[in-house]
Design a protein around this ligand. Structure first.
Ligand SMILES: CC(C)(COP(=O)(O)OP(=O)(O)OC[C@H]1O[C@@H](n2cnc3c(N)ncnc32)[C@H](O)[C@@H]1OP(=O)(O)O)[C@@H](O)C(=O)NCCC(=O)NCCS
Length: 192
């Protein structure tokens, strides 16, 4: 089973059915925080809604199509991060993530994205990794910008979020850039 230590406090693990309640509870406590940027939040109405989703995530990993991992901080799930369905033909991946509101500001998501860059470029052998963010989502945009991704363009009105259509900013990093050291510096995060 997938388990990846990011640093001493933070690790990534594939959620199993045993994590349904905990995962739901984190989402439920963070609805107002997550809903502006994530289209699936209202679909999560009970822990049971995670049953088929976790099954799908486990199949995604088993089929070597990427993974969705829980961010675990000192034993507690504090968010999720993963590669959406990998594009093996072009050897490309796209990273998505979210974090509980009270865990922001510690560098956790940035550290986890760094881990996914290592997994994506070094383990999967990807050629290119993207992060796509709704233009007004400044906290999320700060992550690829902090890690040295290139801002490549804007997809006009490409994200449907509860009746509004936001522009999407596409950030990209190539394997060549990664192997030159971009996205690999300053790993770690300040957790007290
Ligand atoms: C997007 C999201 C994950 C960003 O969370 P975040 O805490 O700002 O990001 P990080 O965990 O990387 O932390 C960065 C912050 O920690 C600080 N920090 C402390 N130590 C750090 C370190 N070692 N490395 C990097 N940042 C560090 C940074 O200065 C920054 O704080 P600031 O915003 O006050 O400048 C979070 O806001 C979220 O889940 N939002 C809702 C869902 C969402 O938008 N998902 C993304 C959809 S595209």
């Amino acid at each position: 089973m997938f388990y990846f230590p990011v640093n001493e406090q933070l690790s990534l693990k594939l959620p199993t059915q045993a994590d349904r309640e905990e995962l739901y509870a984190v989402v439920d406590q963070n609805r107002c925080h997550l809903r502006p940027w994530l289209p699936w939040v209202d679909d999560m109405k009970s822990p049971d809604d995670y049953e088929s989703i976790i099954k799908k995530w486990l199949n995604q990993y088993a089929d070597n199509q990427g993974f969705q991992a829980a961010m675990v901080l000192e034993g507690n799930i504090v968010g999720m991060i993963g590669f959406h369905q990998l594009n093996w033909l072009n050897r490309q991946g796209e990273i998505g993530y979210w974090l509980a509101a009270d865990q922001q500001g510690k560098g956790l998501a940035s550290a986890a994205v760094r881990a996914l860059l290592a997994i994506g470029f070094e383990h999967y052998g990807l050629i290119r990794i993207e992060i796509r963010v709704a233009a007004p989502n400044h906290r999320s945009r700060a992550i690829p910008e902090r890690l040295g991704f290139r801002k490549e363009g804007i997809l006009k009105e490409a994200a449907h979020l509860y009746g509004r259509f936001e522009d999407i900013v596409v950030y990209g990093m190539t394997a060549t850039e990664y192997h030159q050291g971009i996205g690999r510096e300053g790993a770690g995060c300040n957790i007290k």
